[in-house]
Design a protein around this ligand. Structure first.
Ligand code: BMA
Length: 852
């Protein structure tokens, strides 16, 4: 029996540092939601994403807030012996009262508030009040109370001491995000009534008993032992029957409850379930679990898969390989940051849409980065359904953190909650202690000087609390100490060592090395590497006026949070490309080189499996419209990188990588099946002339391998250099692919022996023909052809939801392309009503030769 507290509340500013309040009246506030979204909706503040408005909103974090609402209580609730309040996430330091009685204090937004309100409710109208203390002021106060300083990284717009609040760390500003110190109430919020108990968590541990006869081809399959653990909270001693339904099996347990938390478990056996696989390896069957007590009911799902992380030292160092159902998985994906800087705008449909985009780009893993948040339930449900493995950081990033008693206690509760909440998800693959906090030990003068002090604090928090809690509550998963990390107990520099664990390789972006530096390493698992680009001009228009559309205008510089960002982008364009003649061309080139950077790395590392077994680029998405490392712009538009990612992450691919002798054509097959085909290598001159390079060959790409299919000598490459492009084509034979989603068109790879600026491109006449689509789900077909090789052909429209089946590709005169266009109408954000005439009018085509 629940009274939902979601809906319209009242928001009031009730105190401000430095005197005068900024608001003279209360405004309505939507819960779940945040104060800034409410102020914006009420028209009392300007759009924080527009221009430099963010700077005028820095007072937000220095004000206290009151959020209140009335709610009706009837005899159905009051007739029960107990009532409690549940608030999923309160952001952050808050006092909660019901009808004027204080019932809870909060100081951590990553764990829920469950407060006994028995006896406080009355028939008719009741009041709930959440008073939030100014987060920035609270952080300053805590800093003053610390025995010694605990520093954190600082970005151009920054709220200080964010590491002393258990709040989304990037709310305080990041090198891709605004500093908007919001306050709010997120997730589920309700008052519920019970005579005795509530279910706090349901979590499961699965183990597979292998059937020895299965290998002899018998149908009887493996039996899985499923332990369902139910954490029941009771408001007084008593006993309850608990019913557990799982995949057609039912068990009933009588639980004796002493009051407080009781753990009840039941073991069920499931025979021969269909296995759950990551995307590209098989299906994602999910089996429902329903747990019922007299006053509560929880529904979840399970997936049957075995997952281990191979980290035993080997000849080269220490691998980091995810093995699912005994198959080593090549992890492909990106890093995830919150879907919006305004928490009120993070909706299940937007989160799901981003994950569907990840899946559409052939990703099978996503890293929930430690400077953001433990994601909303819809995130993990979508990952389970889409087959996207989750690398889950705990929410600590780029900082030192205190190891004071209050901080450790707060974190312990947070970790317990998150582990019990998330551990049953089949997609959850790894728990990771934090983001870059080992490196952070060396980033500050004080921690270099007094390293032992900070290292001990690091260990107290990271091993003593986070690691220990994870190991106790989730024995089925690996706890990886940090990202990057060489391995447990190894505090060495994993930004530069490619032999062990997961690497963050930032030599190219942060240290100014050329893209070729990606080809000088073979990380065992690269969990971060990235390159920035500008968003499209359409996305810029969300924050910039026509007059600001210049890379170094104050507004554009405000939407670039990396101090050297624009300089790096400009210098890199000069390194690889001829100087573009217009602003639009400059933006396009920034995006093309972004894609080129990531592809250079990924092609090379995938070609080196099994030494290298995972790539997650930095970063999938944006929290606001900004120049950043993202492959999807704020608002959902795919940058060129996202299209290129779909090709570079394809389960079966061919790549051309440099070798000491010239280059090699490598076939990469991540699937569980061998595939065979024909490979041809030729040179396409910029005049359009074709020259064979070697003779076609029949090849086999064994399951889970990278195989050299052909090599090209330096001498041959020199003959093409500047005058043409090397092309390798793989024509696959027969049905293949366990993951589906790949058409049977030939797979192509192109290789320019010299930088694009050294290519003597001829002008190309690229023609586009639009027709109504025949393919299911697509709105239109687009046929693209050219008379001369056209590089990085980029089709764009003003509609951010519109998707082409391929984009940012090399188009050759002998190989016209037939693309489909999907209008992308989904969820809350339908695409523009694109008619054929609209598309005809709004479709623009760009390619390299037209930029100068
Ligand atoms: C990484 C991340 C982020 C940051 C990115 C780009 O190391 O962990 O902290 O946004 O670099 O600088």
């Amino acid at each position: 029996m629940r009274i939902d507290l979601a809906g319209t509340w009242r928001l009031e500013e009730i105190g401000a540092t430095g005197g005068a309040l900024h608001l003279d009246r209360a405004v309505p506030m939507t819960v779940p939601g945040d104060n800034l979204s409410a102020l914006l909706a009420a028209g009392t503040v300007p759009d924080p994403y527009e221009g430099t408005n963010e700077l005028g909103l820095q007072w937000l974090g220095s004000s206290d807030w009151r959020m209140t609402r009335e709610f009706e209580v009837g005899p159905d609730v009051l007739g029960r012996r107990h009532a409690y309040l549940y608030l999923d996430r309160v952001d952050t330091v808050a006092t909660i009262s019901i009808n004027g009685s204080r019932i809870a204090e909060n100081e951590n937004m990553f764990r829920p508030i469950v407060a006994d309100v028995t006896g406080l409710l009355r028939t008719g109208s009741n009041n709930i009040e959440v008073v939030l203390r100014a987060p920035e002021v609270e952080a300053q106060r805590r800093a003053g109370d610390l025995p010694y300083p605990v520093p954190h990284t600082e970005y151009p717009v920054q709220s200080p001491h964010r590491n002393l609040l258990r709040k989304v760390q990037c709310h305080a500003g990041w090198d891709w995000g605004p500093a908007l110190m919001v306050s709010g109430i997120y997730g589920a919020s309700y008052v519920a009534a019970t005579d005795l108990e509530r279910i706090a968590y349901v979590h499961a541990e699965l183990s597979r008993e292998r059937d020895p006869q299965r290998t002899q081809g018998r149908r009887e399959g493996d039996a899985w032992t499923v332990t369902i653990l139910v954490e029941v909270e009771s408001f007084e001693p008593g006993s309850v029957p608990i019913t557990i339904d799982l995949a057609g099996e039912r068990t009933e347990v009588d639980a004796e409850l002493a009051g407080g938390r009781t753990r009840v478990s039941a073991v069920l056996t499931v025979r021969d379930p269909e296995l759950w696989w990551p995307a590209g390896y098989g299906n994602q069957p999910l089996y429902p679990v329903v747990v019922t007590t007299p006053h509560d009911r929880v529904e979840q799902h399970l997936g049957f898969r075995e997952l281990r992380v191979e980290t035993a030292p080997d000849d080269r160092g220490r691998p980091l390989t995810f093995v699912v159902n005994d198959v080593p998985i090549y992890a492909k994906g990106a890093n995830w940051i919150p879907a919006d800087a305004l928490p009120g705008r993070i909706t299940p449909s937007r989160v799901r849409a981003l994950l569907e985009d990840a899946r559409a780009a052939n990703m099978n893993m996503i890293r929930v980065w430690g400077g953001g948040q433990y994601e909303i339930p819809a995130f993990y449900d979508a990952c389970d359904e889409l087959g996207i493995l989750v690398w889950q950081d705990f929410m600590f990033s780029c900082s030192l953190y205190p190891a004071t008693e209050w901080f450790l206690n707060s974190v312990r509760g947070e970790v317990e909650h998150q582990v019990l909440r998330l551990k049953s998800h089949p997609s959850l693959a790894l728990w990771c202690g934090n983001n870059e906090n080992v490196g952070a030990l060396t980033w500050f003068e004080v921690s270099r000087r007094l390293r032992d002090r900070y290292l001990i604090d690091y260990d107290r928090l990271n091993e003593g609390v986070v690691g220990r809690t994870v190991r106790a509550l989730d024995p089925t998963r690996t706890y990886w100490p940090s990202s990057p990390a060489a391995g447990p107990g190894d505090f060495s520099d994993n930004w530069h060592d490619d032999t062990k664990g997961d690497m963050h390789f930032w030599d190219v972006w942060h240290e100014g090395k050329p893209f070729e530096a990606y080809q000088e390493i073979t990380p065992r698992f690269c969990s971060e590497f990235g390159f920035q680009s500008f968003p499209s001009v359409e996305t810029m228009r969300l924050f910039a006026s026509e007059n600001d559309l210049n890379p170094t205008s104050p507004v554009m510089e405000h939407h670039q949070r990396h101090p050297r960002g624009n300089t790096v982008i400009l210098a890199t364009i000069a390194r690889y490309f001829r100087y573009p003649s217009s602003f639009e061309d400059f933006i396009y080139l920034s995006q093309v080189q972004h894609a080129l950077a990531m592809q250079t790395a990924v092609d090379y590392w995938r070609a080196h499996r099994p030494l290298s077994m995972g790539v997650l680029y930095w970063q999938l998405n944006d929290v606001w419209p900004v120049a950043s490392w993202s492959s999807i712009e704020y608002g959902g538009r795919w940058k060129p990188l996202h299209y290129v990612a779909r090709r570079m992450y394809a389960p079966i691919n061919i790549v051309v990588v440099p070798t000491a002798e010239g280059c090699a054509v490598v076939g990469v097959n991540d699937t569980r099946e061998d595939v065979a085909g024909q490979v041809t290598v030729d040179a396409v001159r910029f005049s359009g002339r074709l020259d064979a390079v070697g003779s076609p060959g029949t090849v086999t790409l064994p399951a889970g391998s990278a195989t050299t299919l052909s090599t090209v000598t330096r001498e041959n490459l020199d003959r093409i250099a500047g005058d043409g492009v090397l092309r390798a084509t793989l024509h696959l034979e027969g049905p293949w692919g366990t993951g589906g989603g790949h058409d049977r068109e030939p797979v192509e790879a192109f290789y320019l022996p010299v930088a694009p600026k050294r290519c003597v491109l001829e002008r190309a006449d690229v023609q586009v023909e639009i027709s109504q689509a025949s393919a299911e789900g697509a709105a239109f077909s687009v046929r693209v052809r050219t008379d001369r090789p056209a590089l990085y052909v980029w089709l764009a429209t003003p509609d951010p939801q519109l998707r082409f089946s391929d984009n940012c590709f090399f188009l050759m005169p002998d190989q016209p392309r037939q693309l489909t266009v999907d209008r992308g109408d989904r969820g809350a954000e339908p695409g523009q009503a694109a008619s054929r005439a609209w598309l005809q009018e709004n479709l623009t085509v760009r390619h390299l030769r037209e930029t100068y």
